[in-house]
Design a protein around this ligand. Structure first.
Ligand code: CU
Length: 366
């Protein structure tokens, strides 16, 4: 069948929009018609080349849609089911999945730009094989995914909203309840208050954190942070954020620092902003080759430096749980979406994301 897709042929060039051919789903694969895909910074790292990737590739990894058809042996979904994409598949059978860490699933060891058999289901009109970004390829109207890369969700949830849960929402909120396990009254600092960090702030508030200190260099993002639950704002372009967080915490550092920017500087700042015995959780995606410099003496003071992928928990239950929170009015998602755009405005949507002018843009399909 035909689909429209956004294709990256060359780094540092805009993505182009083409009609592509979608092949039939193979065994343990599903054909999905996407309704929407959120515009996330991780895709942009492929465009700049900061995340080296084989090309050409159909980008997009924050998608929600409806299953159209399933291949042989598919057991967990059927045609008509509503699904969120899972950019980290979970097989449910490997050492990691059985051991309770499905975001570390052994399927991550295979190249995640093709189906599990090592081939593509997307072709250009001239027959050239296309890579599927993170086996999701959410910037296409239709695509095929491995069964393990879709998560069934409730049918009454608006797909053009809950697509955000497929990356930014779970990536930002999950570390708060899965990794840090923030306690009531705890002090929290959040570096980076864009489309992911606002979820860290919102979940910290929901978990009953006391002080929630937002750190960013953009006034607009600090204002958003306070709308989503931050109690204090630190403008790192004007003040030393480590000193400010130390002072605001009242305990010479916070219980938990979350880093969602992805630079050496901000990761080191977040770690240095914790008190003895505190925890720093890295969520931001950094360019290949990034290294940190920290004082190991701070580790002897029982600080924890850690990180998470896709929320660091159980994506197949965390995604529906967050959607339930949204549907019951306890979690803000509508307020996360600044703009809805057609696929052909994707390059402009990336520009607005870089300018820090949007919380999240969402690409919607007809
Ligand atoms: Cu993402």
């Amino acid at each position: 069948m035909n689909a429209q897709a956004a294709i990256l042929y060359e780094v540092k060039k805009p993505v182009v929009f083409e009609d592509v051919e979608v092949l039939e789903p193979g065994p343990h694969e599903v054909l999905v018609k996407w309704t929407a895909n959120g515009v996330c910074h991780s895709d942009y790292h492929l465009i700049t080349g900061d995340s080296p990737h084989p090309l050409p590739v159909v980008l997009g990894h924050e998608a929600a849609g409806v299953v159209q058809k399933v291949g042989a042996g598919v057991e967990t979904v059927q045609a008509g089911d509503h699904v969120c994409s899972s950019y980290i598949p979970s097989c449910g059978r490997c050492w990691y999945c059985i051991g309770g860490q499905p975001t570390m699933c052994a399927l991550r060891d295979k190249p995640r730009w093709f189906m599990h058999d090592g081939t593509s289901r997307l072709r250009t009109r001239s027959g050239r094989s296309l890579h599927h970004y993170l086996q999701v390829a959410g910037y296409a109207t239709h695509t095929v995914l491995p069964e393990q890369s879709v998560i069934p969700i409730r049918k009454d949830a608006p797909l053009d909203v809950v697509c955000l849960v497929s990356c930014g929402v779970l990536a930002g909120a999950g570390p708060v309840f899965n990794r840090a396990k923030v306690q009531p009254g705890a002090s929290v600092a959040v570096w980076g208050c864009g489309g992911v960090g606002l979820n860290t702030i919102q979940m910290a508030k929901l978990m009953g954190a006391g002080k929630i200190i937002a750190v960013d260099v953009m006034k607009q993002k600090l204002d958003w942070a306070q709308e989503f639950g931050a109690t204090h704002a630190v403008d790192a372009s004007k003040e030393d954020p480590v000193a400010s967080v130390h002072a605001l915490s009242g305990t010479a550092g916070v219980d938990y620092a979350f880093e969602l920017v992805g630079t050496q500087k901000t990761m080191e700042q977040a770690f240095n902003a914790t008190h003895r015995g505190g925890m720093c959780v890295v969520v931001g995606v950094s360019p290949a080759g990034t290294r940190l410099s920290i004082d190991p003496g701070m580790l002897l003071q029982q600080r924890v430096l850690t990180g998470t992928s896709f929320g660091g928990g159980h994506q197949r239950t965390d995604v529906p749980m967050l959607i339930d929170l949204y549907m019951s009015g306890k979690y803000k998602l509508d307020e996360m979406i600044t703009r809805r755009v057609p696929l052909t405005q994707l390059n402009e949507a990336f520009d607005l994301m870089l300018a820090g002018e949007v919380k999240r843009s969402v690409v919607v399909y007809d």
